[in-house]
Design a protein around this ligand. Structure first.
Ligand code: GLN
Length: 533
């Protein structure tokens, strides 16, 4: 079992998650058993209670953990499933230690960052290794080297390196080379400083991956190598690329995978097999046409808030050799007066998940537009719930129908709190979370799309379609095409007489893969193409 730690320097948002996932992909494509985990230095127990503006999307694992969005990259790139053990936060570490301290497990002792916090971090660094026989575990350390809160993680990794030795633990540092337009120079000083920072903590990086806007000339590489103590062939350049899906090929060209394997004294075997990935990338880069999808949501200023949805659209597009142009539409800005103008360019309308009242009426207006103009519609979670509300209001004439999340006093609570949610008080990790079974009704659009009677999809919600109103809704033309077998919850709805109108209570975006696009997204893109034509 080997460990690769990935740290980041100079600035945040350099794409550590993508580099980690790309390297893991190359190793996997060579036949190694790999997985990835992420350690986040904040004190929240999980990102579930964070505002999407702060942190981007919350990624939900099959076992119902609310995690960092980098786990989404891991799953999409490798086609693997991660779990609640793949994302650890400082909040979880401290929660564990404080609970133990209160139980009296440290009686007589002072509980300290070293050794108690670092030991608990190390226990979790190596935890996955006990669950499955991986060859290599890649661990991404969140934050930027030099941050106070990252120190215990770097110290724990340093100790693991000391204990297991250099043949089993390797440090990869992702850094930024700055380009000065005025003098047309590539500057390496910030990189030198961030490596110094690591060295001060007792860690010598083995590999540097240098994000750079321009290719690094030989002399610049040599200088970086000399001043950071990193072998020259382990100074890897990552020049800015048009799509994240190029990165594995880019790093392959730089032989990053070989540098890693040689360092671990592992056989380099034959070339990594990336043929499926290549097929996807060819479609992505050589589209035969473009489809435009309106993504209607209230966090559209920050595209990361809809990361998995966006990537799922791109996967489906690439496999159909279609460029998907996403029109980011703010739901708060849609009104009945301007909806036509805002949405007329769209070949398909996707109404996003969300919480609370803000932007709700814009979502309902967008759905009405899609329904009445017969434009392909895809509603996810809140998007599905609002499709039911829109239908109840405008087809059944129940003008004040609503979700009790938004209007607790509605006379027609067509969307209502799930019974098991009523007694819950706390907000952290208390939603209906993770994968649940869904039975598909024969002959429906969903049946046609999935081609399976039973599927599993991941959830993150508190409200659901109120079964008391189901007969009236179905009578009027709403089809419940997917339901939870035991609890009889409506999981998928569609519309009689509309070419492509589908709302799902779950989040299919979490299961889309680069090498395996999600059928719901594929079908939506196809429908958007026919709509355009
Ligand atoms: N706010 C809604 C609920 O809790 C929808 C959640 C979501 O879109 N993820 O049921």
């Amino acid at each position: 079992m080997r460990y690769i730690f990935i740290t980041g320097g100079v600035v945040s948002s350099l794409g550590k998650g993508i580099v980690a996932a790309s390297l893991a992909k190359l190793l996997q494509a060579r036949g190694y058993r790999v997985t990835l985990q992420k350690f986040d230095p904040y004190l929240n127990v999980d990102p579930g209670t964070l505002n999407p503006y702060e942190h981007g999307e919350v990624f939900v694992t099959y076992d119902g953990a609310e995690t960092d969005l980098d786990l989404g990259h891991y799953e999409r790139f490798l086609g693997i499933q991660t779990s609640r053990h793949h994302n650890v936060t400082t909040g979880q570490i401290y929660q564990t230690l404080i609970e133990r301290e209160r139980k009296g497990e440290y009686l007589g002792k002072t509980v300290q960052v070293i050794p108690h916090v670092t030991d608990e971090i190390k226990r979790r660094f190596t935890f996955l290794a006990q669950q499955e026989p991986y060859d290599i575990i890649l661990t991404e350390l969140g934050g930027t080297v030099g941050d106070i809160e990252s120190l215990p993680y770097i110290e724990a990794a340093r100790q693991l390196h000391y204990e297991l030795g250099p043949l089993r633990v390797l440090f990869l540092h992702l850094t930024l080379i700055v380009y000065l337009e005025a003098t047309q120079e590539l500057k390496t000083k910030p990189t030198q400083h961030s490596v110094r920072e690591l060295q001060r903590a007792g860690v010598q990086p083995d590999i540097l991956v240098c994000r750079t806007p321009k290719p690094l000339p030989r002399d610049v590489r040599a200088k970086i190598a000399l001043l950071t103590n990193v072998p020259r062939n382990a100074v890897i350049q990552a020049v800015d690329v048009a799509t994240i899906y190029e990165v594995p090929f880019q790093l392959r060209k730089e032989k990053l995978d070989e540098v890693v394997l040689r360092r671990f004294r592992l056989p380099t075997r034959s070339e990594p097999d990336l043929s499926r990935w290549h097929t996807f990338l060819e479609g992505l880069k050589n589209p035969r046409s473009t489809v435009r999808v309106a993504l209607v949501g209230k966090y559209v200023e920050l595209h990361d808030a809809y990361k998995s949805i966006y990537e799922a659209l791109i996967h489906a597009g690439g496999w159909h050799a279609l460029r998907v142009e996403v029109l980011w539409i703010h739901s708060e800005e849609i009104t009945p007066a301007n909806v036509e103008r805002k949405l007329k360019r769209a070949n398909g309308i996707l109404v996003a998940p969300g919480f609370g009242e803000r932007g709700i009426s814009g979502k309902i207006t967008a759905i009405e537009y899609a329904r009445t103009r017969l434009i392909p519609f895809f509603g996810i979670c809140l998007g599905m719930q609002m499709a039911v509300v829109e239908f109840a209001r405008h087809v059944l004439g129940w003008e004040e129908a609503h979700s009790t999340e938004v209007n607790p006093n509605t006379p027609y609570p067509v969307i209502d709190l799930m019974p098991e949610q009523r007694k819950l008080r706390g907000k952290g990790g208390t939603m209906r979370l993770g994968a649940y079974a869904c039975e598909i009704k024969e002959g429906t659009l969903a049946w046609h799309i999935y081609q399976k009677p039973l599927i599993y999809e991941r959830h993150r919600h508190r409200y659901e379609l109120n079964n008391a109103y189901r007969p009236a809704l179905e009578e009027a033309g709403l089809i419940v095409s997917g339901r939870h077998p035991e609890k009889d919850l409506a999981e998928i709805v569609e519309l009689r007489g509309h070419p492509h109108f589908i709302g799902v209570q779950f989040h299919p975006e979490f299961q889309s893969r680069v090498e395996e696009p999600h059928p719901l997204f594929s079908a939506f893109i196809e429908a958007a193409l026919s709509c355009r034509e």
